[in-house]
Design a protein around this ligand. Structure first.
Ligand code: PGA
Length: 253
């Protein structure tokens, strides 16, 4: 597919406001004139204002790592889509770390996806199987099941507006990246299932990324695959040289 590669940096629970400010300015200086890639930083909530300020007058985009599915009210500790709107173009939804450590369910994921779309932001829906599921040959079924559940409240015409990230749990933060050919196969299967449910036009339009131990050395192997529309980067996104290397590789594809 001939379109810009999407490179998403998920900073996870890293960087204080001061550290985020310094890192953003370094990225701003280095990542100029991007032609072949779209770069999104997803810092922790508390850093969002500082990073937004740092990214002013650049083409670099901002995203959040999560959101709540109500607009306001008695939901202690949560952040509403209204609060993110205006700062963020993207919101990561259903990351496996939230599904595992914070008991986020498919139903919550579906509600969050719907609310993000309703506020004109792009959800990046994370799906992927655990090692146990993978070893039992359930990878495809689990990942596609999570995609279908996440799109439950989305209308057919909105499907093109979501981004999906295939992230096998066993590859996240482990240094054991998924074989690029396997990742592409899974992404192709996800696309086919979307085409079957919502029509080929939607299946072709939806961007599908790979995530899991992506670094500057292996990123090109994913980005060269035609089904892979980009990468979601965790650990390497907060290491300056690594992330600059990743974006540099995307610009050369
Ligand atoms: P990782 O994380 O790059 O550190 O493996 C990926 C992710 O969280 O999606």
């Amino acid at each position: 597919m001939d379109r810009k590669k999407l490179i998403v940096g998920n900073w996870k629970m890293n960087k204080t406001v001061q550290e985020a400010t310094v890192l953003t300015l370094k990225f701003k200086k280095e990542l100029k004139d991007l032609k072949k890639s779209e770069v999104v930083f997803c810092p922790p909530f508390i850093d969002i204002c500082a990073v937004a300020k740092g990214l002013q007058e650049t083409n670099l985009k901002l995203g959040a790592q999560n959101v709540f599915y109500e607009e306001e009210g008695a939901f202690t500790g949560e952040i509403s889509p209204l609060m993110l709107k205006g700062f963020c173009e993207y919101v990561i939804i259903g990351h496996s770390e939230r599904r595992i450590y914070l008991s986020e369910t498919d139903k919550m994921v579906a509600k969050k996806v719907a609310v993000v779309l309703a506020h004109d932001m792009t959800p990046i829906i994370c799906v992927g199987e655990t090692l146990h599921e993978n070893e039992n040959g359930l990878g495809k079924r689990v990942a596609i099941g999570q995609v279908e559940a996440a799109l439950h409240l989305v209308t057919t015409s909105e499907v093109k507006d979501v981004v999906i990230s295939y992230e096998p749990v066993w590859a996240i933060g482990t240094g054991k990246a998924c074989d690029p050919e396997q990742a592409e196969k899974m992404i192709k299967s996800i696309r086919e299932s979307i085409s079957m449910l919502y029509g080929k036009k939607m299946g072709d339009a939806v961007k599908i990324l790979y995530g899991g131990s992506v670094d500057k050395k292996n990123v090109a192997f994913y980005l060269k695959r035609k089904e892979v529309d980009g990468v979601l980067v965790g650990g390497s996104s907060v290491v300056f040289d690594e992330f600059v290397g990743i974006v540099g590789a995307a610009e050369k594809i």
